[in-house]
Design a protein around this ligand. Structure first.
Ligand code: NAD
Length: 501
C-alpha cells in the first residue's frame, strides 16, 4: 500500500512496523485517503522514552524561548491555514469554511500559549512570619498524553500539546484513527517552527495504544476528548494509575427560546447550531425548548431546516458535510427510527438524503422532531447528527428544570429580550458554558472550556489558566536567611504584637 501514514517518533516521521493498518476515508466519497498504523508496543515505548528524555532538557529552556516557539508556530499555522483546512476537509468531510474555523480555533490557543510567562507566574507573600517569606513556583509535570476525537482534528490537539509544551512538558498525542492526517500535518509544522526534536510524539491507533498511555508510569497527565463511555474508561484507568486526568465527553445541549426573543435570530441560529458540521459538534444544539407562545415558530423552523442541504467540502452551496462514517450514519438513522416508534412527531426526516454525484457519502439530511419527551431515546442519547428535538414548556422555571435534569452539562443557551430572565437562567442553570442570545457559547482561550456534569470528568479544564494548572505542579517555598552582617528589621527592630482581644 503506497499511502501509509507515518508516526512522529524519536524526532522523525517514520513508517510503522505494525501488521494492523486502519483505512482513513473521505466520508463524502468513500475513497481511501491513506492507512493509519496501530502503533506497536515497541513504538509506543520508544515514543514515551524519547518524550521523557526531551522533557529533561526542555524544562530547563527559558520560558520566553518556549513562548517564542509558540509565536513561530502560530505564524506558520496562519500561513498554512488553507492547506491545513483542505486536508482536514477531505478527511472529515467538513465544508471548507467550517474546516477553516476548526483550524482557527486551534490557532487561537497557540496564540494564548505564547503568553505562557505571565500565565505561569506564582504568588508571593512577604513576612508570613518575622523575616520569613513564602512564594510559589509552577513547574512542569513530565510527559503528558493527549487522546483526541474525530470531530475537531485541528482544534482539539491544539487545545492540548501547545499548552502542555509551553508549560515545559513534553507530549505524546494519539489522535483519532478516523482523521489522523490533520494532526500529522500539525506536528510537521511544529517541527518546521523550530520545535526541538522529541518534544512532541504522534502515535496512531485505538484502544490498545490509549490503554498503554493510561497505564504507563512515565505518563504523568492525560487529556482526553471523546464519547462518554470512553471518557469514563479513560478517567477511571488514568486516575487508578495515579495520573492526572481531564476528560471532556459527550453532550446534549439545549437552547431555551423565550416568547420575547427575536424570532429571526432564534430560527437562523437553531438551523446553524443544530446542522452545522452535520451536528458533529460537542457544543451543537440538539434540543430546542420552546417556552409558552414561542412554540408557534416551529412551522417556520421546519421551512428553514428544509432549505438546508449537505454536500462536498468544496461545494459553496453546501451547509454542511457528511457524517464521519457509515457506522455513525447508521447509528443516527436507528435513533430517528426509534424516535418515531416511541411517539415523537418527525416533521422533517433526513434519513433518505442523497447528494448528486456522491452516492457513497454518509449523508443525513436535516431532521426535525416535535412532541419529544425526556423519556425517549431520541432525547436521552447523544445523536451527533443534524437532528433537532423540540420540546414545549409553559414557563422558564420548567425549562430550567428540564435542562438541569439532563445528565450532561456542556453548553446551553437562552434566547430572550428580558435581562431578568437571562440573569435567572445564567444563575440557576447547571451547565458549564452558557450563551445569552449566543447559540454555541465556546469560550475563547483566555477563558477555559468548562463543561460540567456528565460532559466532563476531572477538575481543571482545557486551555486558559486552568490548563496551566493542569499541566503544572505548584511548589511553595518558605524561606528565611541568616547573615550577621546584614541586620534586618526583625533583628533588634520593632517587635510589635497585636492585642487580639
Ligand atoms: P470516541 O470516544 O469514539 O474516540 C475518542 C478517542 O478515544 C479516539 O482517539 C479513539 O481512538 C479513542 N478510543 C475509542 N474507543 C476507545 C476505547 N474503547 N478505549 C480507549 N480509547 C478509545 O469519540 P469520537 O467518536 O471520536 O468523538 C465524538 C465524541 O466526542 C462525541 O461524544 C462528542 O460529544 C465528544 N466530544 C466532546 C467534546 C467536549 O469538549 N466535551 C469535544 C469534542 C467531541
Amino acid at each position: 500500500m503506497s499511502n501509509r501514514l507515518p508516526q512522529l517518533i524519536q524526532g522523525e516521521f517514520r513508517q510503522s512496523g505494525t501488521d494492523t493498518w486502519i483505512p482513513v476515508t473521505n466520508p463524502a466519497t468513500g475513497e481511501v485517503l491513506c492507512e493509519a498504523p496501530a502503533a506497536t508496543a515497541d513504538e509506543m515505548e520508544r515514543a514515551i522514552a524519547a518524550a521523557k528524555a526531551a522533557f529533561l532538557e526542555w524544562r530547563e529552556v527559558p520560558v520566553s524561548e518556549r513562548a517564542r516557539l509558540m509565536l513561530r508556530y502560530q505564524h506558520l499555522l496562519k500561513e498554512r491555514h488553507d492547506d491545513i483546512a483542505r486536508v482536514l476537509a477531505k478527511e472529515t468531510g467538513k465544508v471548507f469554511a467550517d474546516a477553516k474555523g476548526d483550524v482557527w480555533r486551534g490557532i487561537e490557543v497557540v496564540e494564548h500559549a505564547a503568553n505562557i510567562a505571565s500565565l505561569m507566574m506564582g504568588e508571593t507573600v512577604e513576612n508570613v512570619a518575622r523575616g520569613i517569606d513564602s512564594h510559589s513556583w509552577t513547574q512542569p509535570l513530565g510527559v503528558c498524553a493527549g487522546i483526541t476525537p474525530f470531530n475537531f482534528p485541528a482544534m482539539i490537539p491544539l487545545w492540548m500539546f501547545p499548552m502542555a509544551i509551553a508549560c515545559g512538558n513534553s507530549f505524546v498525542l494519539k489522535p483519532s484513527e478516523q482523521d489522523p492526517m490533520t494532526p500529522n500535518l500539525l506536528a510537521e509544522l511544529f517541527l518546521e517552527a523550530g520545535a526541538p526534536k522529541n518534544l512532541l510524539q504522534v502515535v496512531h491507533g485505538g484502544k490498545t495504544q490509549v490503554d498503554t498511555l493510561l497505564t504507563h508510569p512515565e505518563i504523568k497527565a492525560v487529556s482526553f476528548v471523546g464519547s462518554v463511555p470512553v471518557g469514563q474508561h479513560v478517567y477511571r484507568t488514568a486516575t487508578d494509575h495515579l495520573k492526572r486526568a481531564q476528560c471532556f465527553a459527550g453532550a446534549k445541549n439545549h437552547m431555551v427560546v423565550m416568547p420575547d426573543a427575536r424570532k429571526d435570530q432564534v430560527l437562523s441560529n437553531l438551523v446553524g447550531s443544530a446542522c452545522g458540521a452535520a451536528g458533529q459538534r460537542c457544543m451543537a444544539i440538539s434540543v430546542a425548548v420552546f417556552v409558552g407562545e414561542s412554540k408557534q415558530w416551529v412551522d417556520e423552523l421546519k421551512d428553514q431546516f428544509a432549505a438546508v442541504r449537505p454536500g462536498a467540502w468544496d461545494d459553496d452551496q453546501a451547509a454542511y458535510g457528511p457524517q464521519i462514517s457509515a457506522k455513525a450514519r447508521e447509528r443516527i438513522l436507528t435513533l430517528i427510527r426509534q424516535g418515531k416508534e416511541e411517539g415523537a412527531t418527525c416533521l422533517l426526516d433526513g434519513s433518505e438524503c442523497t447528494v448528486d454525484g456522491l452516492p457513497d457519502g454518509h449523508w443525513v439530511g436535516p431532521t426535525l422532531f416535535t412532541d419529544v419527551t425526556p423519556r425517549m431515546s431520541l432525547y436521552q442519547e447523544e445523536i451527533f447528527g443534524p437532528v433537532l428535538c423540540c420540546l414545549c414548556v409553559d414557563t422558564l422555571d420548567e425549562a430550567i428544570e428540564l435542562v438541569n435534569n439532563s445528565p450532561y452539562g456542556n453548553g446551553t443557551s437562552i434566547f430572550t429580550a428580558n435581562g431578568a430572565a437571562a440573569r435567572k437562567f445564567r444563575h440557576e442553570i447547571e451547565v458549564g458554558q452558557v450563551g445569552i442570545n449566543v447559540p454555541i457559547p465556546v469560550p475563547l482561550p483566555f477563558f477555559s472550556f468548562t463543561g460540567w456534569k456528565g460532559s466532563f470528568y476531572g477538575d481543571q479544564h482545557a486551555y486558559g489558566k486552568q490548563a496551566v494548572r493542569f499541566y503544572t505542579e505548584t511548589k511553595t517555598v518558605t524561606s528565611r536567611w541568616f547573615d550577621d552582617d546584614i541586620p534586618d528589621a526583625t533583628h533588634g527592630g520593632p517587635n510589635m504584637t497585636i492585642n487580639l482581644k
